[in-house]
Design a protein around this ligand. Structure first.
Ligand SMILES: Cc1cc2nc3c(=O)[nH]c(=O)nc-3n(C[C@H](O)[C@H](O)[C@H](O)COP(=O)(O)OP(=O)(O)OC[C@H]3O[C@@H](n4cnc5c(N)ncnc54)[C@H](O)[C@@H]3O)c2cc1C
Length: 514
């Protein structure tokens, strides 16, 4: 962290902080990003993995949010092949059930219009049953297909951090908690108190500007600008299900029979991602799926794919996140707006709410506010690409590796060493264990297994069965001795059991320490 004197200190290394970090680093300012856990370990690794316009926002009449989201989806599809990829969704329609054919058709027409591409189509019931074998035929009136995009949310954050770090005056530290922000009367700067969670060292940093991107905790350092607003943490849980239980050729958006909410079934990384719930979290820090959420998600799948026989035993893993939603009206959780909020006072700019998809729009809004403090340094260039070296035409594995980890890769060498083979039923190839472990921001085994790779949620038992392979391929990069590996495996096992297992164990404190 250099001499501890920065132009800007950013607190919070989720998608919001990482997006702002990349954007501000590119201006040449001296920027430091601090994250209390691992980068992306908060909400930003627990999303539905969609880079999407959000049909739901269209239904709520939020045309601007949908338009912005569609625009950013299209850009990311262009700029980040291998990391953001198109996905076809199918939405079956049933008699006397919402949505109706005409309202959904009109919504999808608008959705396509925003992207200036025609990508939706209607299928009659017969074609729907061919497209989605096992679909409930009773009352089926047809269905629509349309295009959106999926990503790996944790890797999107990690790549943004690394793109920011390419600029010489940028620095980023994970496992560094900010405990307070004080004004410094002499210099007019802010003093940021930081504790390094790995060394235990405490120090004070100075910054001309502090940016607070701490998600659901953003009002802790900086009260919201309006007393009618509050951050309303909404819990959303997902389950990952074995493909042998339900192997879908495309993603499916279905309407849950219990409450009419949309539930997504997304083929992702060799498993089926099913989510999400949407529940008031209140002041609870409970970050693992509960039995009622698991049952709700399974019930939604069984209502539309009754023959799948999908059961609790088919669940490979689960995860839960808290949406930092800015609430004005205490509406039903799913009716709350997902728009972000940026506010400024006393040398702090805060940003929270919003979506993974529109991280760059949020970053521009923050940078615009920061410009008054650095008028000579900041020039917003909305045309620059965040992820250079786009690789649209490469073979799928090379495209995947470049998209996820950036940088050059010697495919011939990886092939010669037989590292282009998938790990179990996942889409991760062995080479990725070696490449991901070379990331210097990997400080713990859980950073590697749960976020730089997703093997910890895609494989059964958190991937414990492949730990020897992980040690072999990551050993040289991580440089841990036998005792350190043992401690790391123990820590990883505990975190996995509490937050990512199909049936998580209750944390001894009842809280979250991930
Ligand atoms: C279930 C669910 C599904 C979703 N699906 C989608 C989707 O498909 N597509 C989409 O676009 N969006 C989706 N979202 C929304 C999106 O994931 C969130 O809006 C986004 O991840 C929020 O990012 P953030 O950086 O603001 O918060 P976070 O990711 O939570 O980051 C805040 C960070 O601040 C850190 N922090 C807090 N206090 C301190 C401190 N004192 N010192 C240092 N660091 C600190 C935390 O550790 C945390 O990592 C979903 C959200 C949920 C919950």
């Amino acid at each position: 962290m250099g001499n501890g004197d920065f132009d800007v200190v950013i607190i919070g290394g989720g998608i919001t902080g990482a997006g702002i970090f990349r954007e501000l680093s590119a201006t040449g300012l001296d920027v430091c990003l601090l994250e209390q856990g691992d980068f992306g370990s908060g909400t930003s690794s627990k999303s539905s993995k969609l880079v999407h316009g959000g049909l739901r926002y269209l239904k709520q009449g939020d045309l601007l949010l949908t338009l912005e989201s569609v625009h950013h989806r299209e850009r990311l599809l262009q700029e980040a092949p291998g990391l953001v990829e198109p996905v076809e969704f199918v939405m079956p329609l049933y008699q006397n059930r919402s949505p109706g054919k005409f309202s959904l058709g009109a919504g999808l027409f608008l959705y396509d219009l925003m992207a200036l591409k025609k990508r939706h189509a209607f299928s009659n019931p017969g074609r729907m049953l061919c497209r989605l074998p096992g679909l409930k035929p009773e009352g089926l009136t047809g269905g629509y297909s349309f295009l959106d995009a999926t990503t790996d949310d944790a890797l999107l954050v990690a790549r943004l951090v690394h793109e920011g770090l390419k600029f010489p005056k940028a620095s980023a530290r994970n496992y560094c908690t900010v405990s307070g922000i004080e004004p410094s009367s002499a210099s007019g700067k802010r003093i940021v108190q930081v504790k390094d969670g790995i060394t235990g060292n405490e120090r004070e940093l100075e910054a001309k500007l502090v940016i607070n991107a701490t998600g659901i905790r953003a009002d802790r350092f900086h009260p919201l600008p309006d007393r009618n607003l509050r951050i309303r943490p909404l819990k959303g849980s997902h389950i990952l299900v074995k493909k042998t239980a339900l192997d879908l050729p495309s993603a499916v958006s279905l309407i849950h029979p219990a409450d009419g909410r949309p539930v997504f079934l997304i083929p992702w990384e060799g498993v089926l991602l099913v989510g999400t719930t949407d529940l008031d979290a209140g002041s609870s820090t409970d970050l693992s799926i509960r039995a009622n959420e698991r049952e709700y998600l399974l019930e939604g799948v069984k209502a539309v794919f009754p023959e799948s026989g999908i059961e609790q035993k088919d669940i490979v893993s689960s995860f839960s996140g808290l949406r930092p939603v800015i609430s004005r009206k205490d509406a039903k959780p799913s009716d709350e707006s997902r728009e972000h909020l940026v506010w400024e006072s006393d040398g702090i700019i805060s940003a929270t709410g919003g979506k993974l998809t529109t991280f760059r729009k949020l970053a521009w809004d923050v940078v615009k506010k920061a410009k008054s403090r650095f008028p000579h340094s900041i020039r917003i260039n909305r045309k620059t690409c965040v992820f250079p070296a786009a690789a649209h035409s490469l073979n799928p594995v090379e495209r995947r590796i470049l998209g996820r980890y950036g940088g050059p890769v010697d495919m011939k060498d990886l092939e010669r060493r037989k590292l282009l083979v998938p790990v179990g039923h996942s889409e991760t190839v062995l080479a990725e264990i070696e490449i991901a472990s070379g990331d210097p921001t990997v400080r713990h085994l859980d950073d590697l297994m749960l976020r730089r790779l997703r093997l910890g949620i895609v494989l059964e038992n958190g991937g414990m069965d492949i730990m020897d392979t992980v040690k072999k391929l990551a050993g040289e990069n991580l440089g841990w001795d036998a005792a350190r590996w043992e401690r790391e495996i123990e820590r990883y096992r505990r975190i996995h059991r509490q937050f990512f297992a199909p049936f998580p164990e209750k944390a001894p404190t009842g809280g979250a320490d991930e």
